[in-house]
Each structure stands twice: as C-alpha cells, then as structure tokens.
Design a protein around this ligand. Structure first.
Ligand SMILES: Cc1ncc(COP(=O)(O)O)c(C=O)c1O
Length: 338
C-alpha cells in the first residue's frame, strides 16, 4: 500500500494547521529574543529547533507569579536564574534589570492580572553541534500562561485545590549530580520520572531520598514540622534552592519570635523524622503550599492538613494578592488597547 504522503506546508497552510491543532496550553503572551518581540497569538509562539535549548538541553529556566497586576518576588527568581545561567556557562548580555523589564512587558502584553510566568535562557540558535560556539547569541523566551495544570479549574484563579492535603510516595529515581540538582536546568527527565512513579502509586510529585534522608519532591521543596515545633528542611547543597521554602522559613522565623515555633533549621532530615512529623509541607512556585497527609501509606500527624501549612499559605496569598511584599507592578499602560 502506498504511504499516505506527508504534506509540505507553506506559510498559510502551516498557520492553518497550527490553528487546528488541539491540546495546547493557555499561553497569553510570549517574548522571544529570536524575533526581538512579543506575540499574543499562540499559533505564532515557537522555539527554533536549532536552538541548543531544544536539542541539547543547554538551557536554564525559572518562574514567577503574577498576582493582581504585580509580579510577586520576581527578583529572588531572577537571582537564581542568573546563577543557573552562569553555572550552565551561557554567555549572555542580560542584566537583572533587563530581564525584569522584559518579563514585566510580556506580562503587560498578556493583559492578564493573575497568571504564571516561565522563562528560559538557552545557549542559542545556530545549528546542531554540541559546543555552543556556533550560536551567535544566547536566546531568551518568556511565557505568560494559565493556571497550574494540577489546579486547572479556572484560568484567573491561582488558589484552587490547595489545602485539601495530598498523599505522597518516596520514589526509586536517583538523585541528580550536585551540579544539575542545584541549578534549574532544562534537564527535568528525572523529575518527570519521579512524578510518574508517584502518580502510579496514587501520589503527585514523588519524594526523592538519599541514604535514608529526605531530599526534595519532583518540583517542590519539603519542610518538616516536628512534634517539638521545630521546622526542618534539607540544606540546598544537593537540591534546588527553592524560593518558596525560603519565604516559608522567614514566616517560621517570625513564628519563633512570637513563641509559636521553637526553631527553624536547614539540616539533614532522616526519613524516620519525616514519618513522625506533626506536619509535612510541600512548597513550590511561590504560592503552592500543600500538606502531605500520608507518606508511603503512613498517616502524617493527624492525617489531616495542619495549621502551619494553612498559616504559611494564607500569609503568602495575602501578601501576594495585596502586593505588600516584594512586588513589582506590571506596566499595562504600555499596551493598553483603546
Ligand atoms: C527540583 C525542584 N525543587 C524545588 C523546587 C521549588 O522551588 P520554588 O519554590 O522556587 O518554586 C522546584 C521548583 O520548580 C524544583 O523544580
């Protein structure tokens, strides 16, 4: 039987095919340094296949959150992004101010007041070699997109199923080498495998361990509240330095000052301490503060979401929504449509 010929598209049939495709994410705006501008039509959002970001994974990324027209804690993410780019030896021209400005303008062009942002820096476009010498310049992409897939009930609402408590499982996936684990690179295959293994058991992200100790979840840091009212979380020497857990530690330090908690420490956390925790918090993406109520089939604490997770989540949601903590306004006036 003759093979069905694969069509060769021209520009207009390509755009029609892109319009007809299904299953794409809700992306409201994309900046690309390759074109030097922003597009808001999803069909025009693309990354060249000869960007080393695509075929070598030679790229780093980070995130931030848009709440009520303000970027929440964008600078702590940009510090980590620039550190990741330096570790990945991506030569680029962007300062922190340049990056923040491009991110703010992309958010403004989206017209959205509440959304997620993700941005990537790649070694650049140039060909299919391994060494980036062929790339003329680093590439930068920024997207403004709809709510977290795990909470996808509505595109304008960020806080949906949080607070219900989740079941989690330790996974067999190996730790990344320190170099990759401590930078936010595009190499997330092991993270994806963790999430798949956990999901098959009834969890969501999966908890990574080493030598009988807690490391992190697939895309989250993990915090342990002990029965002695101490907040413990692993040091950042072989996991990603989470921005959300750092805000959580600040909130917990305030609770120490008011006598509600005894101590906050980054230290190695044996799995026994984790199973015997009063509360287990999973923290990521600025505002995701989930209670793990069951780990490997064993109830944690009362087996219900606890007050610390609620306190941390409420504090973060309040300051992010009210724009009272480390917020940068988005310049919507630049793109206001009459
Ligand atoms: C591997 C890993 N650990 C931890 C985190 C949590 O970091 P953050 O709180 O900055 O989102 C993430 C975030 O995506 C991650 O990918």
């Amino acid at each position: 039987m003759p093979a069905v010929p694969v069509p060769i598209f021209d520009e207009s049939s390509y755009l029609k095919a892109m319009r007809d495709r299904r299953g794409s994410a809700k992306i409201y705006a994309m900046y690309s340094s390759v074109i030097g501008g922003i597009v808001t039509d999803t069909n025009l959002m693309s990354v060249p296949i000869d960007d080393h970001l695509v075929h070598r994974g030679h790229a780093v990324f980070d995130t931030c959150s848009l709440f009520n027209g303000n970027l929440y804690r964008v600078d702590i993410h940009l510090d980590r992004f620039l550190k990741s780019a330096a570790t990945a030896r991506i030569a680029h021209k962007w300062t922190k101010d340049d990056l923040r400005s491009i991110i703010q303008q992309t958010a403004a062009a989206s017209g959205k007041k509440t959304a997620n942002l993700r941005y990537w820096m790649g070694a650049g476009v140039g060909g299919f070699a391994l060494h980036p010498a062929e790339c003329q310049s680093a590439s930068l992409y920024v997207v403004v997109w709809g709510s977290h897939p795990a909470h996808s009930a509505g595109e304008e609402t960020l806080d949906l199923r949080q607070g219900e408590g989740i079941r989690e499982f330790t996974v067999s996936v190996p730790m990344k080498p320190k170099l990759l684990a401590t930078m936010k690179s595009n190499n997330y295959l092991l993270n994806a495998l963790m999430s798949m293994e956990s999901t098959e058991k009834g969890g969501r992200y999966g908890i990574l361990t080493y030598d009988g100790k807690l490391a992190e979840a697939a895309v989250c840091c993990v915090g342990v509240l002990t029965k002695d009212k101490e907040f413990l979380t692993p040091p950042f020497d072989c996991i990603l330095a989470g921005t959300t857990v750092r805000r959580c530690m600040d909130i917990c330090r305030d609770m120490c000052a008011s006598g509600e908690l005894k101590d906050v420490r980054q230290q190695e956390v044996p799995l026994d301490t984790v199973y015997q925790a009063e509360e287990l918090l999973m923290l990521s993406g600025d505002w995701h503060v989930e209670s793990i109520v069951e780990l490997d089939g064993r109830p944690i604490g009362t087996g219900q979401p606890g007050p610390l997770a609620k306190r941390v989540r409420d504090t973060i949601m309040r300051e992010a929504n009210e724009g009272t903590h480390d917020c940068h306004p988005v310049p919507y006036h630049l793109y206001s449509r009459q």
